[in-house]
Design a binder for this molecule. Structure first.
Ligand code: SAJ
Length: 418
């Protein structure tokens, strides 16, 4: 069996490697020539636990090829980005390009699976009409399904194998064929449904998380005003067997949770009121964090701010939609100096980026923890006592152990604690 995978990003690439590791012939396609070049030279474009080892094992089996062009295959998986356009609507241009690219290679009996996150009815109203151009009878000669990825960056490979999988076919046969394909590596249950349900399930999962985080963020603002500790309150509320409030933070980043709810809002603007509000609350958080930083250093002349963490969450190297970048931009609008350090981001992406903890804390007036990297949780601030000009620490993630820091003259501020 041969699979052609279009889009070799955070999902397409690991899927390609997993299929290849199970003995399938895999052809990976991407329009980014630099990426194809990298992969052909056995270099990974991003870090993810276990990925390097898997890549090395698969290369030895010689079942994997990369190129900017598709080829004939039994199954095609489209796993391309679906970003937001400037009006917060889904930009489906990559999906459309991928669909058009595979048309000349599609043959009787082929299966096409869309893995990208898309607004409801994309399979029925966008993908299927494009694939009809092949002349193949849809649902009889060409089978089409949607199957969303649901894996968490940082634990991606385990979740790809062990999580349940949703497959929504345009008909039962399409769903069955897609299930047979994924059974090559999926150990979790495979649930079959129709395409629109599959599209919505994915959006509902991420929207649920966004709304839950917005609630936690709203509680944290109330905690600051009413003077209680949000972290203790959430932890106690979560003792209830039917309550699970997520954590407040500097905002919601990444390429999924901050984006996907908009795909529902786009389709049902009059009904998606709670969803829109949650997006607004989460998008406001970097402003609140920047305002709190400004207050902390209010009395200090020419203050220096040190931001710890550039990635959108802990222990990943992905900076897409990161709230840290928004906080940094907001701080640049006021008269403060800002430095930022993230051990997970090798490339210099910002002028304010420095290379070490030592450097970022040098002469600082306020150290702000924006990302909960394990490494930051373990910082012994007492060791850096002399780096600080003013000993302020602001922890937006309830990340550090502040025990004993007050005795050494540190003032420790937390989000959700007045
Ligand atoms: N965050 C909080 N508080 C929390 C949890 C997260 O502020 O309690 C923030 C994070 O710091 C980050 C953002 O939210 O900035 C998103 O992080 P995340 O860990 O919640 O989610 P992602 O974007 O890494 O992955 C999500 C997952 N979806 C769900 O858990 C429902 C993952 O399973 C999906 O596959 C992924 O989106 C995706 O690709 O759609």
């Amino acid at each position: 069996m041969k699979v052609c995978i279009l889009g070799l990003g955070y999902i397409g690439l690991p899927s390609a490697l997993l299929f290849a590791s199970r003995g399938l012939e895999v052809h990976g396609v991407d329009i980014d020539m630099e990426l194809i070049h990298k992969l052909s030279n056995q270099l990974l474009p991003f870090r993810e636990p276990g990925l390097e080892e898997l890549f090395a094992n698969v290369i030895e089996t010689e079942t994997l090829t990369f190129s900017p062009e598709p080829c004939t295959a039994d199954a095609f998986i489209i796993s391309v980005p679906t970003p937001l356009d400037k009006d917060n609507r889904a930009d489906l241009s990559f999906v459309k390009t991928a669909a058009k690219m595979i048309c000349p290679f599609l043959q009787k009996g082929n299966l096409v699976v869309l893995e990208s996150t898309v607004p409801p009815k994309t399979v029925d109203e966008v993908l299927t009409p494009l694939l009809s151009a092949t002349g193949l009878v849809i649902g009889e000669e060409l089978f089409i399904a949607h199957s969303p990825e649901r894996v968490i960056p940082g634990d991606l490979l385990r979740e790809m194998v062990e999580n349940d999988r949703i497959i929504g076919g345009i008909n039962e046969e399409s769903a069955e064929k897609a299930a047979n394909l994924y059974r090559h590596f999926v150990k979790g249950k495979i649930h079959l449904t129709d395409a629109i349900t599959s599209e919505m399930v994915k959006l509902m999962e991420n929207t649920y998380r966004d709304v839950n985080i917005a609630l936690a963020n709203e509680f944290s603002l109330i905690a600051e005003k009413e003077k209680f500790n949000i972290w203790e309150a959430i932890s106690l509320a979560n003792q209830h067997p039917r309550v699970n409030i997520l954590s407040p933070g500097p905002g919601v980043g990444g390429h999924c949770i901050a984006v996907d709810p908009w795909f529902i809002i786009e389709k049902a603007p009059d009904h998606a009121r709670l969803i829109r509000k949650a997006r607004f609350i989460n998008d406001r958080m970097p402003y609140f964090i920047a305002e709190k930083i400004a207050k902390i250093v209010n009395q200090i002349p020419d203050p220096v701010i040190s931001l710890l963490g550039l990635t959108y969450k802990g222990d990943v190297d992905d900076i897409r939609e990161s709230p840290s970048i928004k906080v940094l931009q907001l701080l640049k609008e006021i008269p403060v100096s800002v430095k930022v350090f993230d051990p997970n981001v090798d490339k210099k992406v910002l002028d304010e980026q420095v290379d070490s903890l030592e450097e970022v804390l040098k002469d600082t007036d306020c150290c702000v923890i924006l990302t909960n990297h394990t490494l930051f949780k373990e910082i012994d601030f007492k060791k850096y006592l002399n780096n600080f000009r003013t000993k302020n620490i602001f922890d937006t993630r309830n990340s550090i152990n502040s025990c004993g820091l007050a005795e050494d003259g540190f003032a420790v501020y937390q989000l959700g604690v007045s």
